[in-house]
Design a protein around this ligand. Structure first.
Ligand SMILES: [Zn+2]
Length: 447
């Protein structure tokens, strides 16, 4: 078989979601800080902002997702914070409108006597008074609705983790013996699930090939841990993700990276639960590649105006697609899903070079592209030497003609030098790893 990955779907989808709205010419909602005492408007808006940040941090730490309704509400408020005061007020009213109690709180906060006196004393404008009341009410509203939801999600998460049994821990010490601390290195944790069809010898072979692939660029792969796991039978075959939106199909050809982002793909609830449970307890999981094997990982993909279920044989959940929609603890996730073929035939569990290619999606942060062209021409290019197009190539090209792949590779936030407590990581993404994240400076292609 010549084609490595007919549908490795290391590509696909993502969501900008909570990254914050563009001000679009409006004023920032953050009011000027007045001289002297604490400004109440500033205080209230800051509290709201911090509440949102705390929610995100807790979610990320637990690797859990809130109920969709709460998630959307928090997302809209977050976006509105960066827009005009009027847009912010409108958003707050809209979010609070979901419950009569919320509306009452808004009214109460505005009318409350001591508050009113204070605001009069401060000679705030009506707009600022309203902003203060709105931010105060929105903060309470979020705490009341999100707190219990987070608690519930955390309990569910703990219950899920207990369904994973470690059957065996492989020894990795000898495998890393020749690594040097002065070279850029990426850590890998391997989670082999029994019944998935991927074996330890396949992983060793793929790891060796991946090491040879990245060595010419000075990059080392360190196998930090490898375990064989037993998970519930109904976790072995999953629909891993689904798009939230269907962008204009013309955009796929015009600007594929923007198209993928506009799909706002998210993990399904079951896959969120499964992947979070599998990486449970892994230290600093967000700084290392998490290789997880399952038997099947499918997802819907638009073809000819319809969503068709696609069986990915591997999925790198790459930053250029997922940006902020993948829980932080899962941002190193690479799935190997060997058994099914779109036509229903069985196929080899792993084809040569597949792991190196998936790692490329993660570290280089590009789709299927290379010297032969951009991902808009994505197809099998016979004889290509490039790692990131279909075929047997294992080279990472440099410069504009190579679409800056080597340059991007060396900037990956997952790379570090040093060891133990002396590890120093590359700088992190500034905008969640979108294709043209500012981290890459000039190393991206504009459409
Ligand atoms: Zn791929």
């Amino acid at each position: 078989m010549r084609i490595r990955l007919q549908l490795c779907f290391c590509l696909i989808s993502a969501a900008p979601a909570l990254a914050g709205g563009d001000a679009a010419g409006g004023r920032s909602v953050r009011p000027a800080i007045r001289r002297g005492a604490i400004d109440p408007v500033h205080h209230a808006v800051t509290t709201l902002r911090m509440t949102l940040q705390q929610i995100r941090a807790i979610q990320s730490e637990l690797g859990v997702r809130l109920p969709a309704e709460v998630e959307r509400s928090a997302g809209r408020l977050q976006q509105a914070l960066g827009k005009t005061p009027q847009a912010f007020l409108d958003a707050v009213k809209q979010e609070l409108a979901v419950s009569a109690r919320g509306l009452r709180e808004l009214g109460d906060a505005f009318q409350r006597k001591p508050l009113e006196d204070y605001l009069l004393h401060r000679q705030l404008s009506d707009r600022d008074k309203m902003l203060y009341a709105a931010a105060t009410a929105a903060t309470q509203h979020l705490r009341q609705r999100v707190g219990p939801a987070l608690g519930q999600a955390a309990a569910q998460h703990r219950a899920s983790a207990s369904r994973v049994t470690v059957l065996h821990e492989y020894s990795v010490a000898g495998i890393n013996a020749r690594l040097r601390p002065d070279r850029p290195t990426v850590d890998l944790d391997v989670h082999l699930v029994r019944g998935s069809g991927v074996t330890w010898s396949m992983i060793r072979q793929e790891l060796a090939l991946a090491r040879r692939t990245y060595a010419p660029y000075g990059i080392q792969l360190r196998l930090r841990s490898a375990r064989k796991l037993r998970v519930p039978e109904d976790w072995l075959e999953l629909r891993t993700q689904q798009p939230s939106k269907m962008p204009d199909p013309k955009l796929l050809a015009a600007d594929p990276y923007r198209y993928l982002q506009q799909m706002e793909t998210r993990l399904t609830p079951i896959s969120t639960e499964v992947f979070a449970a599998i990486v449970e307890g892994v230290p600093s999981a967000d700084r290392a590649l998490q290789i997880v094997s399952l038997r099947r990982g499918s997802f819907p993909w638009p073809e000819n105006g319809q969503l068709m279920e696609v069986d990915a044989r591997a999925d790198s959940f790459p930053p250029y697609v997922w940006t902020s929609t993948l829980p932080r603890r899962l941002r190193g996730l690479i799935g190997l899903f060997p058994f099914r073929h779109p036509s229903g035939e069985l196929r080899p569990a792993i084809e040569l070079g597949m792991l190196a290619h998936e790692i490329g999606h993660k570290l280089i942060n590009v789709s299927h592209e290379g010297r032969a062209g951009g991902p808009e021409h994505e197809s099998f290019k016979g004889g290509s030497r490039d790692l990131m197009v279909y075929g047997f190539g294992l080279e990472v090209p440099a410069g504009a003609r190579g679409r800056w792949q080597q340059e991007r590779l060396l900037l990956s936030p997952l790379l570090y030098t040093g060891k133990g407590k002396g590890k120093v990581y590359n700088a992190d993404f500034e905008q969640n790893g979108k294709y043209d994240d500012p981290l890459y400076g000039p190393y991206y292609v504009t459409y």
